[in-house]
Every structure is written in C-alpha cells, then in structure tokens.
Design a protein around this ligand. Structure first.
Ligand SMILES: *Cc1c(COP(=O)(O)O)cnc(C)c1O
Length: 799
C-alpha cells in the first residue's frame, strides 16, 4: 500500500512524499482508494448487466454528499490500515481527510436525505442511481465578519474531483425554446419541435460504496456544455468575447445551486436547470431500457423513478413526450406507463416552498411540454368536474394549471402512483389539510415514510469512540443492521457503561472546544453543557426563540444572581441563511452580537458562552453531533416536515428539547417521556390559531415582564447601539396583520420552563446519561436503512 501511494505521487506528480504538497498527498491516497472501488464497481456492473432487474432512479435537485474519502475508506474497512501506513510515512490520515472539500451540492435536510438514501440503498444491496446536477459551485461558504454573514463562492471542483468519472459517451442533447409544428403521418397527428436552442448534458458518475458491501451504486450528475466549442467566424473576426458568449450562456445552467432552503423563486434559470437534468435522465433511462431489448410497455417493471420534492416534476411530461413523440405511443398507453413509473415525496407544507411556474414561462422555454401539461390539465379537470360537479373552488385548487400557473404538486398528485410525507405528523397534515381533496380521490396513493439518517456516517464515522464502545457491548452488527441497536437498552442501567459513555462524550466535547478555540478564538468549558441548534436559518425553525431564551437567562444572572441557576452552558449555533433572506441574516447578526456581549461579560461568562460556528456543512455537522448534550428542535409545530438533524443528534446520545413537530413526535414515542423534553403548542393548536386569525403575541408581550424585557433588548441598545434589530422587534410585537407569525412569544413561557428542566436533569449525571444511552439505544427506527426498507416494501419493490 505504501508503494501504491508513493508510486502515485511519483507517476502523477513527479514527487516523493517529502516533496509532495497536501493536495498531492490527498490525491495520491484517494486514487489508491479509488482503484479498489473501481474493481468492485466493474464487478458489480458486470453482475447486474447479466440479468436485467428493476432499478431505482432517485431524481433530486440536491445531493449534499459531504466528504467522500473517509467515507469510502470506512466502507472498505481499511481506515486503520491506511492510518498506520500513512503514519509510517510521516503523514496523518486525519490531516489528509481534512484537506478534502465537502461536496456541498445541496442546501440542507432535503439534499442530505438524498445522500443518506444512496448510502442505505447500497447497504441494502438495492440497485439504484442518484440523478442530479453537477453544480460547478456548491452552496456558498459562509464567513462571519463583524457578526454578519458574508457569502463566498464554493469552487469545489477547482482542484479537480477524483471521485467522479466523465462519461462523454452518454452525452444527451437538451432542447429549449423554439416552436412546435403539427403534422399528419399515416393518419396520426404528430408533433415536431423546431427552431430550438441546444445544450448538451454531459454525465459524471460517482461510485457509491456501502459498508462491507459488494454493491457499488452510481450517482450520476449532469454538467451543461455548449454544443459549439466556440464560434470560429466570430473568433476570426477578432470578436473574442462574442465568440465565447454562447458557450457561457449554455454552461451557466450547471454553474450554481440556488441557495434557498424551503423556498423557491420562479426564475427562468431554475426551470432550465430542472428540465436540463430531468430530460437528460429520462433520455438515458429510455436508451438503456431499449439497449437491453426490453419492451417499452414493461418500463415500470424495470424502472422506478422517484421525485424528491417537486423540483424534478417536469420529468413526468418529459417521459410523456419521449414515449409519444419519439416512440410513437398513444396518449393513454403513455399515461398508463408514466403512472406506474413515478412516485413523489412531499417535503414541506410551507406555501413559499410549493413550486408554481407561470404557464407562459413553461410555454416559452418548453413549448412541447406546455402542450402536454395543458392536456394533462384538461383531462384532469374533466375528471374533477364529474367528481365534484359545480364545486369550482375545489376544482381550481386541485387543477394542474390554475390562474396561469402550473402547480407542480398537483401534477405529481395526479400522475404518480405514490405520494408520501416524511414523518407521521407531516403525512397526517397532508391527508387532512394540504392535499385533503386529493386524498379523498386517491387514498391508496398516500403513504408515510418517516425520514432516517445513515448510521455509518453519523455514528460510526462521526463518533468512532462511541461506535467502538457500542460494538464492544453488543457486537458490531448494528452498523449494517439497525435493529440490533435496541440491544443497547439494558446498558442504560449499567453504571460502568454510562461512565464510559460520559467519558467519550467529554472527549468529543474537548475536541469541539479545541476547534471552537481555533476558529472563533473563544474558550469554552468542556465540562459545561453543550446545547446545540444546528440547521438552516429559517424563521420557522426559531433560532430567535433560542437566542431570546439565552438573553432571558443573561438578564436573570445579572439581576438575581442568587436565584439564577449556576449550571454552566455553552450555547452553540451553526446556520447558513439564504443570501436574499433579510430577516434570517439579521437574526444571525443578533445572535453574534448577543454572543460577543455575553462572552466578554465577566459577571456571567463562566456560566454561559454563546458560539456561532461558521459555515455549517456536513463535515461541521459531523463534529458537532458527536459533542452535543442537548439537541434543540424547536420549530413552530406543524412547520418542520420531519427534520433529520434531530435524528443525528439523538443517535449520538443528545437529549432532544423540542416541540411536537416533525419526527420529534416519533422520537418521543421511541424514547418515552423520561428521555426527552417536550414543550409548546401542538400542531393542532397552532393551526387553530392561524385559522382564527388573531395572534396572541401582542398581549403576551404587554402582560409578561420577563418576555418583554428580553424582547426589548432588540431595540434598547443592550447588544447593539445602532438599532439594527428593529425589524425583528416589529415582526414579533406588531407585524402587519398577524404579529409573531411563528408564535415565538406564545411558546416562550413553556420553553423557559423546559430549559430549566434540562438544567436540573443535567446536574444529575446518572439520570442524564441513563437518558443519553436510551436515546442512542432507541434510535434504530431512525436509520435510513429502515426508511429505505419502508420505501422499497411500499413503493418501489426492488430486489
Ligand atoms: C442534517 C443536516 C441538515 C438538516 O438539519 P435539520 O435540523 O433537520 O434541519 C442540514 N444541513 C446539514 C449540513 C445537515 O447535515
């Protein structure tokens, strides 16, 4: 192995280990690992090529993969071997791993879910392809300067990516704009797309390995390339800029990832991106199917296409187009095939996230698809008129095209054979509220698939010491078989085990403290309670509730030090805000301003510290989850579809402090009331308040002096003299129409009470670590392996 690595350094870089740079060493080590993966990949493809079988195509606009090298080493079970070999060469494996840039091709939970699913599909040896876009720039890198978020580009491909392979032989042509001509052929009405613009889609394949698994699946990401290299006539005339203009215009399609989480904007480029990767994928799927000489009408027996949220929905009319215009099929037959091929996952009920595209935009960009969508709408409306005669309100609400807009969700609800929510509560809300009319027609289509996370990355890799303690106690079967995690339950009552568990948590906290010292220059005490809220910054996730509670505690420590709880706590935040989301960015500034006042106030800073870790990403998440004591999951009930951060933290023995929202409900079911802290309004209560239309917040602000005092720091100069936070204050107490839309003040008292319960419990280390172990022991249900088993049993039926 040593020869392998030094050989790569010599052959590819002309260097010895001593002469090599970090990048060269990282590359040489990765190439060595990759060689092994290639062997497996080839063998797997050879095996699967022999006998056609049903395959899954998981279409997602985002794949938040994180780092690949360490993950692949883990899967090959060669981490220790490489660590030793490298140490022998004077190189630290951890340093080499740290060199790798995250593949940050996603915003948050939705993209990370796609990544965990690929891992689990492979662990379960199910044949699957992830399909998406190879963005040249991933999600921006966040810097905090003077308390403000600054966005920097993430040119993750700049020094090359050795984990993917270009497949120029599979390049597809994508057509935009132009017009459609109708003509007759053999008595049949036909359609011809003319005068279109062409962009080429070039695929890059990344092998997806599984833990001790022979299966190697594929993540195929498409890159946009111009069909013309450069316009030579322009070039020869000396117009260098114009000559490269067209090329740039085509290639912009796969340049950037839209940085909004749980939100969409009807931008033409976004629709272009969606059609681009979806059309390439559909053409590829059909060409493979035909190559295998399988009949088209049996497509659903060999191909299941899953749509991760509505972003890839345009795949539905695109497959219709290909089957009719390219394969000569009639509408009914094509529609039947489409209906048995597609399944859809809904990820949110937030209105601002439900995609609606102006029909005119679709017509301009994709004229033939617009015709097909119009025909789907026409037939659907006919059916709805029969079903709900005269109920025009309902028909408009359910229509595919309404008020000049295409509802991507309604298109999915109409066309797909399966529709699922991502946690039990979320699915119930879909059935009873958001999609209740569709549920009344197609109850059999609705399923719940509670999200999960891969135990390999989020425990075995992120927390190797805890993983090894678990394996010593119950064997290492839990790594591939989540059911075995349950065997840890009796160890919660074992003082020796708890003490080892506590010791490992402490060591992880020491490591995180070192990281914080290095990055933020803040000294934090590993003996303090680590209370973490790590997720995208969103008003509904209520980072503002957390920071206002911290402000409350600060005020109490100053005013009534004799009554205040002396338990030291380190409050840790990590969150990116969408660059255009003003309120979210202001909240980041507020958190940082509160942090700098508290951290430098010697009256309290032995008892509380506030840390904002910049650039939240998969590799930052891996560090933090291993070191957390408390997991803050405090969204306004009904707003968080599931959450997966809650699962990663639970798995690592953090206790959840949360509302009855998303998968928190199911976490509580698994661990029991003694091992979780639940507070706040229920989703029913929240929905009732909204329906009623009157916010309780102004009254609470006026009548509760503790709350008022904390909220007033937004405008009284306590943390910033420039009155920067007036807008936050205004949104809480007045707002236009409905004050405090996320009901922060309504849940405040209940939250303060729950925070005190957490502090009280933390002082009783036996009780705390009994609960911590119980959280790990009861996490089996939240393995993405369980989720994928559910999807496969209920939806895909792969073998
Ligand atoms: C898991 C994860 C998320 C999702 O966190 P939630 O708390 O479920 O919103 C977002 N970003 C990253 C980097 C993650 O790893």
């Amino acid at each position: 192995m040593k020869d392998e690595i030094t050989g790569k350094l010599k052959r590819y870089f002309g260097k010895t280990v001593k002469q090599a740079t970090q990048r060269e060493i990282y590359t040489a080590v990765s190439m060595t690992i990759r060689d092994e993966i290639m062997e497996k990949w080839v063998a797997y493809k050879e095996k699967t090529d022999k006998k056609p079988q049903k395959e899954l195509y998981y279409l997602s606009f985002e794949f938040l993969m994180g780092r690949a090298m360490g993950n692949n080493l883990m899967n090959l079970t060669e981490t220790d071997l490489y660590r030793e070999v490298l140490a022998d060469m004077g190189v630290s494996l951890e340093d080499v791993e740290e060199y790798e840039t995250d593949a940050g091709l996603g915003n948050g939970g939705l993209g990370r879910l796609a990544a965990c699913f690929l891992d689990s599909l492979t662990n379960l040896e199910l044949p699957a392809f992830g399909c998406g876009i190879r963005y040249e720039y991933g999600l921006f890198r966040q810097k905090i300067v003077d308390g403000y978020q600054i966005e920097m580009p993430d040119p993750w491909l700049q020094s090359g990516n050795i984990w993917d392979i270009a497949r120029p032989e599979d390049i597809k042509e994508i057509h935009f704009n132009g017009r459609v001509e109708e003509y007759m052929e053999n008595g049949q009405l036909k359609f011809r797309h003319l005068d279109y613009n062409t962009v080429m889609a070039e695929p890059y394949d990344m092998p997806i390995t599984g833990f001790e698994s022979e299966t190697v699946n594929t993540l195929r990401l498409w890159r946009a390339v111009s069909p013309e290299v450069i316009d030579m006539s322009e070039f020869n005339r000396g117009d260098y800029v114009k000559a490269t203009e067209n090329r740039a215009l085509a290639e912009v399609i796969s340049k950037i990832l839209y940085p909004e989480d749980n939100h969409y904007e009807g931008k033409m480029l976004r629709l272009k991106q969606q059609y681009f990767f979806v059309s390439a994928t559909m053409q590829w799927i059909l060409s493979k199917h035909k190559q295998k000489e399988l009949p088209l009408d049996r497509l659903p027996d060999y191909v299941q296409i899953h749509i991760n949220d509505t972003h890839p929905t345009i795949a539905i009319p695109e497959l219709m187009r290909l089957l009719m215009d390219e394969e000569g099929m009639g509408w009914d037959e094509a529609w039947g095939i489409v209906g048995r091929t597609f399944a859809y996952t809904n990820h949110t009920i937030l209105c601002e996230a439900l995609e609606k595209w102006p029909f005119e935009m679709v017509e301009h960009l994709l004229p033939r698809l617009a015709m097909i969508i119009r025909e789907i709408d026409r037939r659907q409306r006919e059916m709805l008129c029969d079903r709900f005669p005269g109920d025009y309100g309902k028909i408009e609400y359910m229509a595919v095209i309404s008020q000049g807009q295409v509802s991507m969700a309604n298109l999915c609800l109409t066309a797909c054979h399966s529709i699922n929510g991502v946690a039990a509560l979320h699915t119930e809300i879909l059935k009873k509220e958001t999609f209740k009319d569709y549920y009344s027609i197609y109850p059999y289509k609705f399923k719940n698939m509670t999200n999960g996370v891969t135990f390999r990355r989020w425990l075995y890799k992120a927390n190797p010491q805890l993983a090894s303690l678990i394996s010593q106690s119950i064997g290492d079967g839990w790594i591939k078989d989540y059911r075995q995690m349950e065997k840890l339950t009796p160890f919660a009552q074992d003082p020796a085990f708890r003490s080892r568990f506590a010791q490992i948590k402490h060591e992880n906290k020491v490591h995180l403290a070192e990281f914080i010292k290095e990055k933020n220059g803040i000294e934090v005490d590993p003996d303090s309670m680590f209370d973490v809220q790590i997720k995208r910054l969103h008003e509904y996730k209520r980072q503002l509730l957390k920071i206002l509670q911290i402000v409350c505690r600060y005020q109490q420590l100053l005013e009534h030090p004799e009554q205040a709880d002396p338990q030291p706590v380190t409050y840790i935040f990590a969150a990116k805000a969408a660059p255009g989301y003003k309120m979210a960015k202001l909240i980041i500034k507020f958190i940082n301003d509160v942090a700098s006042v508290i951290n430098s106030d010697s009256r309290v800073n032995k008892i509380m510290k506030v840390v904002f870790v910049e650039n939240y990403s998969v590799s930052i998440a891996e560090r933090i989850v291993a070191a957390a004591d408390v997991s803050e999951q405090i969204s306004t009930a009904s707003k968080e579809a599931s959450g997966t951060g809650n699962m990663k933290l639970m798995l690592n023995g953090a206790l959840t402090l949360g509302t009855m929202d998303g998968a928190n409900v199911e976490i509580r079911e698994q661990v029991g009331d003694d091992n979780i802290f639940i507070f706040g309004l229920s989703s029913e209560e929240v929905l009732r308040i909204y329906a009623h239309g009157k916010s309780p917040s102004p009254e609470i602000y006026a009548s509760n002096p503790v709350i008022k005092k904390a909220v007033d720091t937004l405008i009284d100069g306590t943390f910033n003299q420039e009155n920067l936070f007036y807008e936050i204050y205004h949104s809480l107490v007045m707002g236009s129409g409905f004050a405090d839309n996320y009901l922060i003040l309504a849940d405040f008292d209940s939250y303060l009470h729950a925070c005190q319960q957490v502090l009280d419990k933390f002082k009783d280390k036996d009780a705390w670590f009994t609960s911590a172990v119980m959280n790990t022991a009861k996490s089996g249900f939240f393995s993405s392996d369980r989720t994928i088993e559910d999807y496969n049993r209920e939806i895909w039926h792969l073998t």
